[in-house]
Design a protein. Structure first.
Length: 571
C-alpha cells in the first residue's frame, strides 16, 4: 500500500449533512467558507469601498443627467411661453394700428401656424390684416433693416416648429440681402452688374424645387476639384439662397391667402343658407296669407291721402344734398369692375359700411338687431374720406414719429349725450385719429442730483399732438371742440395723486353728427400757451381735420443753466 493511498484512507468520511450542504452551495454558486488572514481581510474591505464609491459616482452622474433634462424642459417651456406672448402682442398691436414691421410678419404666419392654440387666441383672425411678407423690406433704411433683423433672429431662436423656423430663416436671408443693398455699395464695374442681371434672369422663373436642385449642383461643383471661376459660382449660390427664400415666402403667403379664401367661402355659404331658410319661410307665410284672404265682393272708394303717394324719384331730399352725384355710366363701370374683381377672387367680398342716412321705414332697434346678428361675418367699417382729408391723413401717417415722440392710442370709452337726437337718421361712428405723445427729460432737483447727460433720467410726458379726422361732418360750419374732465370734482391745479405719480384727466373731443365723442386719458399738467415755434400751442380745424398740439410748461432757463454747469463740473 502506497503512502498516498494510506493518506486518503486517513481522511475522515463526509457525513450526509455535510455532503448536502456542499451540494446546495455548489448549486447556488457559492464557495465554501474560507479562512482569511489580516492582509486578505484588508483587500476585501478595500474592494467593498471601491464598489460603494463607484455606485455613488454612478448615482451622482444619473442625478446630474436628470437635473439637466429638467432644466432643458423648463427652458423650453419658458421659451414657448415667451413666443406665445410675443405673437399675441403682435396681433394686438396690428389690430390697434401701432404695429412694428416684425408684427406683420408674425401675424401673417399665425394664419397657417399649426401650433396655434385656438383656445388662447383672444384676437379674432378676421380682425387682423395680413400682408405679403416679402414686401415688408421695401422702403426701409439700413438702421430699420438692422432692427428688423434682430427681431427676426429673436423669433427664429424661440421657434421649435420646423416649418415656422424655415419661414423665419427665409426672412433673415432676405433681410440680410436688403441690408447689403442699403449699405455702402462697392463698385465692381460694369461686369459685376451685368453678371448680377444675368443671374436674376436665370433664377427668376424657377420654382422652389428647381432652386433646391440647382443649389445642390452648385455646392457639388464648388466642392469638386474642377478648374472653375469660384467667385462667380459663390455669387450664384448666394443668389440661389435669396431666390429660394423668396420662393419660400411666396409659398407661405399663397397658403395664407388660400386659408383666408376658404374661410370666407365657408362663412358666405353659412350666411347664404341662413338667408335662404328665411326667404323660404317668408314665401310660405305669404302664400298661406294669400290663400286665406278672400277677394272683396265689391269695390269701394278710398279717400286720397298724401301719404299714399311715394316720394318723387327725381326730387332731391334736403339730407341728400351733401352726397356725391354720379353719372349712370360711371355707376355701371363701377359695377362691372366689382363683378370682375369678384370673378377673379373667387369669393364675394364682405359687406361694406352702411350708408350715412338710414332707411326711414326701418326702426333703429331693428337695425341694431340686424347688425348684431351679422357682426361675426361683417367687415370692419371703412370710412368715406373726402379726397383732401384722405390725402392729409395719409401724409400724417407717413410722417411717422420723431425721436422724441411715440404713437398715442390710449382711447377711453365715453358716452355721446346728443347721440339720441340723430342716431335714427345717421349711422354713428368714431372719427379716425393719429396722435403722438412727446417724451423728454425733466431736470428737477432730484434728477439734477442723481443723473447727468451721460446717464439721463427716465423720460416723462411733455406734450401731445392730437389729429382728429372729421371728413363727413354734416354741419361743416360748426367746428369740433374739446374740453377737460377731471374725476371726483378735482379742480385745475389740485393734485390727488400719490407721491411719485402724476394726476391724469380726460380730454373729450366733441363734434356733430354723424360722429360720436372721442376721449383720451392724458397727464394733467399746466399747458404752455406761448407762441414759440418749437413749443407753440396750436388749435385749428381745417379741411375736416381738428389739430390740437400743446406742450406742458418746462423748467426755467436758469435751472437748465445750473444743470449744464453741474454736468460740466462732473467731467
Amino acid at each position: 500500500m502506497s503512502a498516498t493511498q494510506s493518506h486518503k484512507r486517513a481522511l475522515p468520511a463526509e457525513t450526509p449533512s455535510e455532503r448536502q450542504t456542499k451540494y446546495h452551495r455548489k448549486e447556488a454558486g457559492q464557495e465554501s467558507p474560507r479562512q482569511y488572514n489580516g492582509s486578505q481581510t484588508s483587500n476585501y474591505l478595500s474592494r467593498g469601498r471601491n464598489q460603494e464609491e463607484a455606485f455613488a459616482r454612478e448615482q451622482t452622474r444619473r442625478n446630474q443627467i436628470q437635473e439637466a433634462e429638467q432644466m432643458r424642459e423648463w427652458v423650453a417651456k419658458e421659451d414657448d411661453f415667451v413666443l406665445k406672448q410675443s405673437k399675441k402682442k403682435a396681433q394686438i398691436r396690428v389690430k390697434e394700428g401701432r404695429a412694428r414691421p416684425v408684427d406683420w410678419l408674425a401675424v401673417t404666419l399665425s394664419v397657417i401656424d399649426k401650433d396655434k392654440d385656438l383656445l388662447e387666441d383672444d384676437v379674432e383672425e378676421e380682425d387682423v390684416e395680413v400682408i405679403d411678407p416679402s414686401g415688408i423690406f421695401q422702403g426701409m433704411d439700413l438702421k430699420q433693416l438692422q432692427d428688423l433683423g434682430k427681431d427676426i433672429e429673436t423669433y427664429k431662436s424661440l421657434e421649435t416648429n420646423v416649418d415656422n423656423r424655415r419661414y423665419w430663416e427665409a426672412l433673415k436671408t432676405i433681410c440680410e440681402e436688403s441690408q447689403a443693398k442699403a449699405g455702402p455699395t462697392l463698385t465692381h464695374g460694369r461686369s459685376g452688374s451685368s453678371v448680377s442681371a444675368d443671374i436674376d434672369r436665370l433664377l427668376s422663373p424657377k420654382t422652389l424645387a428647381e432652386l433646391m436642385g440647382l443649389e445642390r449642383q452648385i455646392s457639388g461643383k464648388l466642392e469638386s476639384n474642377e478648374p472653375i471661376d469660384v467667385e462667380y459660382w459663390e455669387q450664384l449660390l448666394k443668389s440661389v439662397n435669396v431666390f429660394k427664400a423668396r420662393a419660400e415666402l411666396k409659398s407661405v403667403y399663397d397658403s395664407v391667402v388660400k386659408s383666408r379664401l376658404e374661410k370666407y367661402r365657408q362663412e358666405q355659404r353659412v350666411e347664404g343658407d341662413t338667408l335662404k331658410r328665411k326667404l323660404d319661410l317668408l314665401l310660405q307665410t305669404t302664400a298661406s296669407v294669400d290663400a286665406s284672404t278672400e277677394p272683396p265682393n265689391d269695390m269701394h272708394t278710398i279717400q286720397y291721402s298724401r301719404k299714399l303717394d311715394p316720394e318723387p324719384e327725381l326730387k332731391l331730399l334736403p339730407e341728400d344734398k351733401h352726397l356725391e352725384t354720379i353719372e349712370e355710366t360711371e355707376v355701371m363701370q363701377r359695377y362691372d369692375a366689382e363683378r370682375s374683381r369678384v370673378s377673379n377672387l373667387g369669393y364675394v367680398p364682405a359687406k361694406q359700411a352702411l350708408p350715412d342716412r338710414l332707411v326711414h321705414h326701418q326702426s333703429p332697434k331693428t337695425l341694431e338687431t340686424t347688425a348684431d346678428s351679422t357682426s361675426r361675418f361683417a367687415a370692419v367699417p371703412q370710412e368715406d374720406f373726402s379726397s383732401a382729408t384722405k390725402a392729409l391723413y395719409e401724409r400724417e401717417v407717413a410722417r411717422g414719429v420723431q425721436e422724441d415722440e411715440e404713437i398715442f392710442a390710449g382711447e377711453e370709452e365715453v358716452l355721446t349725450k346728443s347721440k339720441s337726437h340723430w342716431a335714427g337718421k345717421y349711422r354713428p361712428r368714431k372719427p379716425r385719429y393719429f396722435n403722438r405723445v412727446q417724451m423728454g427729460y425733466e431736470w428737477n432737483k432730484y434728477n439734477q442730483t442723481h443723473y447727468d447727460h451721460d446717464n439721463p433720467p427716465p423720460k416723462v410726458v411733455q406734450g401731445y399732438k392730437f389729429n382728429i379726422f372729421y371728413p363727413d361732418l354734416i354741419d361743416k360750419t360748426k367746428a369740433p371742440t374739446y374740453r377737460i374732465e377731471r374725476e371726483d370734482g378735482r379742480k385745475r391745479g389740485e393734485s390727488f395723486a400719490p407721491a411719485g405719480e402724476e394726476d391724469t384727466c380726460l380730454i373729450r373731443f366733441i363734434s356733430g353728427p354723424p360722429y360720436e365723442d372721442l376721449g383720451f386719458k392724458i397727464v394733467d399738467k399746466e399747458w404752455d400757451f406761448s407762441a414759440k415755434r418749437d413749443r407753440g400751442f396750436k388749435s385749428s380745424f381745417d379741411k375736416g381735420i381738428l389739430q390740437l398740439h400743446f406742450q406742458f410748461k418746462k423748467v426755467s432757463t436758469s435751472t437748465l443753466y445750473i444743470v449744464i454747469c453741474i454736468c460740466a463740473d462732473s467731467k
